[in-house]
Design a binder for this molecule. Structure first.
Ligand code: GLC
Ligand code: GLC
Length: 660
């Protein structure tokens, strides 16, 4: 992998000058190579040249930072730019129109009209045609952003829910075809829904043709991965690595007999069939950039960059969140600016909050999952206290104003308690002990627990684990329905609506894990399935039951109570511009159970309160004196008013006041 040839340092060469010289040398060569294509689209070529000149100095600096030590740097640079030009020339005209629209309105995703949904195509609708037939439902729900989880060709049997990709250019046959995906993207776009898909760029499946070529001994492809003939290097790396899927294999490497002469150790951060790519090799960057642009040209508007933390490896470090992992994404981002300007990135970094934010920048990932808010919402439900949550929103919610959080309560993955131990210590909470408590609580093993969750990747060496379960089961609905009664059912539904209320109003793009909107419970049938039984995340990945969806307007059904409640919250979000943007100010409510914040956007403000306890709470009138509220309007109609009196807030109630 890394080689130590000495090379001119970044500071000792004049990058601006060299970038200009390189561009002057490159462009005629690219033009010659693509002359036939250019002749068919001279205007497109001119547009490309303009964008390239604008972004080339940035791309050159990043690419030089990553690969400037290679004797064949220029070869790879030329190869990259040729690929970018080819992709742009292949970009459909309607997407070029979209590019222009997005460039003139780059903050479109901060609107209060935005609402995200995420699902698996096969589980939700069978296949891509089935997905199309659900567009009326997406419109009904109000979605403007739809994340379809990996739908690409993947090994049969175990494939990590599609996160082991065997071809980025082929849809998994039972799900459909690339043409159908393209057509779905167009139909979604025509009703204002942006298609989001994953770019699983940290690893491929061991059946990807790159991996197959490596297995056949092709040296060019052996260099696509990190493969070692013996344990020397793996041992040296593992001294500093965290185990991600310890249930499946210890450490980060897997031995394959059919590699090299006598077998080889392959870097496999996740499962053994997910081979980490070697980004120290510029060919890997170039090929992956082409795969990304291929997807963008099918109409994908947002790329979810999977497992961003793990892409760059360096001996002696934990190989997570390294500076070059950031440079890599910035380079991909610049590639997108040049050849598919409408494309945005969403980062999936489920790591320490200090690290999560480092991926968020207009020139890196414009969007990011907010795993901290997610984890702390569940923490507040368990503890019935909002101290950690308030602290996090006060100190860690602000990001670059040109970016946005993607706020969620559940997705297809486990819940990891990724809050900062240092933050917890400030409040006198011991992070390690507290995580143990949360794991006990959400597995339903702690007195007073309402949750029915399962452990995921329990690590006997560290005592650590993460939690699986659907939103409804974790919020108490399963236990209430099976063991308790009506009063507990009511509380569970309130919990579901409460945490959704927060993600719908806090600022950024709210994301609903489809199924949660009708209160879907855990599905334990995965335990009888050989490919799934070792992975408890399948408990919250059930096949959609459309009979249950049919009850969503029946106000006496569970489905209806959750759905109609959520629909009200969605309407509230969409009616008020105060919920646009990402500016949030925490209100010290002087009540440990009640979260309070103000959202302001344009001429409007909203005051939001959320009671995380099962008892009524009071917010003192003096708390509100600091908020210059005139002409208050009350939203969910509880008889509360803000005029100089205390506010009563019901158990697990979510209250919003709009002020102009
Ligand atoms: C991401 C996915 C997760 C998968 C992992 C490996 O974190 O969300 O489901 O297991 O990447 O690809
Ligand atoms: C990835 C996976 C998640 C896992 C995490 C470990 O982000 O999505 O399941 O918990 O890696 O850090």
């Amino acid at each position: 992998m890394a080689n130590d040839v000495s090379f001119p340092s970044l500071n000792s060469i004049d990058l601006a000058r060299e970038s200009l010289r390189s561009l002057q040398r490159l462009l005629p060569r690219v033009e010659l190579a693509l002359s036939a294509l250019i002749a068919l689209d001279t205007q497109g070529w001119q547009e490309f040249c303009i964008r390239l000149s604008k972004y080339f100095p940035i791309l050159f600096r990043l690419y030089f930072n990553l690969y400037g030590n290679r004797y064949d740097f220029f070869f790879h640079l030329e190869d990259l730019i040729t690929g970018l030009a080819r992709s742009w020339l292949a970009r459909p005209l309607d997407l070029r129109v979209l590019d222009k629209a997005r460039e003139s309105n780059p903050l479109w995703f901060q609107s209060n009209q935005m609402l995200g949904g995420v699902c698996y195509v096969d589980l939700f609708a069978g296949n891509l045609e089935g997905m199309k037939s659900r567009i009326p439902y997406f419109k009904e729900l109000g979605l403007t952003y739809l994340h379809l989880m990996p739908l690409f060709k993947t090994p049969e049997g175990e494939n990590d829910g599609g996160y082991a990709v065997s071809s980025y250019r082929e849809v998994n046959p039972p799900i459909g075809t690339m043409e159908q995906l393209e057509s779905l993207a167009r139909d979604l776009r025509s009703v204002g829904i942006s298609l989001v898909v994953d770019l699983v760029f940290n690893h491929t499946s061991d059946e990807h043709h790159w991996a197959e070529r490596a297995k056949s001994g092709d040296e060019d492809y052996l260099d696509f991965y990190a493969i070692f003939p013996d344990r020397q290097m793996p041992d040296a790396y593992e001294r500093n690595l965290r185990e991600i899927f310890p249930d499946e294999h210890p450490g980060a490497f897997t031995f394959f007999q059919n590699l090299l002469k006598e077998g080889g150790w392959v870097w496999t951060t996740f499962h053994s069939y997910q081979w980490d790519l070697n980004y120290a090799n510029p060919a890997v960057f170039n090929r992956m950039a082409e795969e990304m642009l291929f997807l963008a040209n099918r109409g994908v508007e947002v790329i979810r960059l999977d497992a961003v933390a793990f892409t760059w490896k360096q001996l002696g470090t934990n190989c997570e969140n390294l500076p070059k992992a950031h440079i890599l994404i910035q380079a991909f981002n610049t590639v997108a600016r040049i050849s598919s300007p409408a494309l945005l990135f969403k980062s999936e970094a489920i790591v320490h909050p200090d690290e999560v934010v480092k991926y968020i920048a207009p020139d890196e990932c414009q969007l990011s999952y907010n795993p901290l808010l997610m984890a702390l919402l569940w923490n507040s439900l368990a503890t019935r206290k909002v101290r950690l949550l308030s602290q996090a929103l006060a100190s860690r919610f602000r990001i670059d104003p040109a970016c946005a959080w993607v706020n969620y309560v559940r997705v297809h993955d486990d819940i990891g308690w990724t809050f900062s131990d240092e933050d917890a210590a400030v409040l006198g909470v011991n992070g390690y002990e507290h995580r143990r408590f949360l794991n006990e609580f959400y597995r339903g093993r702690f007195p007073g627990s309402f949750a029915r969750g399962l452990a995921f990747q329990e690590n006997p060496k560290t005592g650590d684990c993460r939690i699986s379960g659907t939103c409804a089961s974790l919020a108490g609905l399963e236990k209430a329905l099976t063991e308790e009664g009506l009063a507990e059912v009511e509380l569970a539904i309130r919990r579901i609506l409460l945490i959704h209320g927060v993600i719908l109003t806090a600022g950024g793009v709210p994301l609903i894990y489809l199924g949660d909107e009708i209160g879907t419970l855990n599905d334990y049938s995965y335990q009888g399935h050989p490919a799934y039984k070792h992975d408890s995340r399948w408990v919250h990945r059930p096949k959609t039951n459309w009979d249950r969806y049919a009850k969503r307007y029946a106000s006496n059904s569970i489905e209806g109570r959750v759905f109609l409640g959520l629909q009200k919250l969605i309407e509230l979000r969409k009616q008020h511009d105060a919920f646009s943007g990402g500016v949030l100010e925490i209100i010290p409510t002087e009540n440990d159970h009640v979260l309070g914040f103000v959202r302001t956007h344009g001429a409007e403000s909203a005051l939001v309160f959320a009671n995380f306890s099962e008892t009524p709470q009071t917010i003192a009138s003096r708390v509100l004196e600091n908020y210059h509220l005139e002409e208050e309007t009350m939203v969910p109609g509880t008889g509360n008013s803000l005029h100089g009196q205390n506010i009563q807030i019901n158990p697990l109630e979510f209250l919003v006041f709009i002020t102009k």
